[in-house]
Design a protein around this ligand. Structure first.
Ligand SMILES: C[S@@+](CC[C@H](N)C(=O)[O-])C[C@H]1O[C@@H](n2cnc3c(N)ncnc32)[C@H](O)[C@@H]1O
Length: 240
């Protein structure tokens, strides 16, 4: 009877694999019809996908952080385009914005916002290979409204931003606090700060980030709360 159980388990895994591939294909066809024809975004995204044909960003990120990080290995993940589209609408981002993407990974979302919305976007990440490949794709398409910076978001300069997007789900509180300290040192008052899973006012030094609204959004691993905050240093209670 052991072999029947094993066969059922194998069939279950095969069915799961089919579901995943099917789900991926469905998402891809929605992305193509909705976004690929806007400002040539499809060609940029296809080139980036092609560069990653034999590379796995999840493994690349884990390996780099294991070998070079300070102990905590953040989980890699990407914001789906449809979720990013909803965030753009809900947070009223426009082509006049300069958005800083904190931890931009391989840059898929950075290219999405710059091409689909037409805004200027600065993507920051610690993993050198992500930045090298993204920069190569940027150059091949002569995109001048995108910039990639190799660096640590806990030490970055955010001057020039009118909006910041931070997928903070797997960030440690101490990293969020270091990020907040850099924002307070370099950000212009009135800048929008959009964070996933972390409401800034709950962290030390986060009181100047006033919550405007929050809403649920879909990520590959489930639903997360997205917080739209505005940086208003003058409204911070004394002591912060
Ligand atoms: C979860 S991925 C998010 C990718 C992308 N922002 C998105 O929403 O699709 C997080 C990224 O943050 C990067 N990261 C983690 N710690 C960082 C740090 N201190 N400074 C800069 N990037 C960091 C990781 O290398 C990884 O690529």
């Amino acid at each position: 009877m052991g072999w029947i159980r094993r066969l059922v388990e194998i069939l279950r895994l095969v069915a799961l694999r089919f579901l995943m591939v099917g789900g991926g294909l469905a998402e891809f066809s929605i992305d193509v019809t909705r976004y690929y024809f806007r400002n040539g975004f499809g060609l940029v995204d296809l080139r980036l996908r092609f560069r990653y044909l034999f590379l796995n960003p999840f493994r690349m990120s884990r390996r780099w952080h294991e070998e070079n990080g300070s102990g905590h290995v953040p989980a890699y993940g990407e914001t789906p385009f449809s979720t990013l589209g909803a965030i753009i609408d809900r947070c009223r981002l426009t082509s006049r914005d300069t958005l800083f993407e904190v931890g931009c990974g391989r840059g898929r979302t950075t290219f999405f916002i710059s091409q689909v919305l037409g805004a200027r976007v600065v993507g920051i990440d610690l993993v050198p290979r992500f930045i090298e490949i993204a920069e190569e794709v940027r150059r091949s398409h002569s995109l001048d409204n995108v910039e990639f910076r190799l660096g640590d978001y806990r030490e970055a300069d955010y001057s020039g931003a009118t909006a910041v997007y931070f997928y903070a789900t797997s960030s440690e509180p101490v990293d969020v606090e270091a990020f907040l300290s850099r924002l307070r040192a370099t950000l212009e008052p009135g800048t929008k700060v959009i964070t996933v899973s972390r409401m800034l006012s709950e962290f030390k030094g986060g009181s100047p980030f006033l919550l405007v609204e929050s809403f649920p959004a879909l990520y590959p691993w489930g639903t997360a709360e997205v917080y739209l905050q505005i940086y208003r240093p003058e409204k911070a209670p004394s002591g912060q």
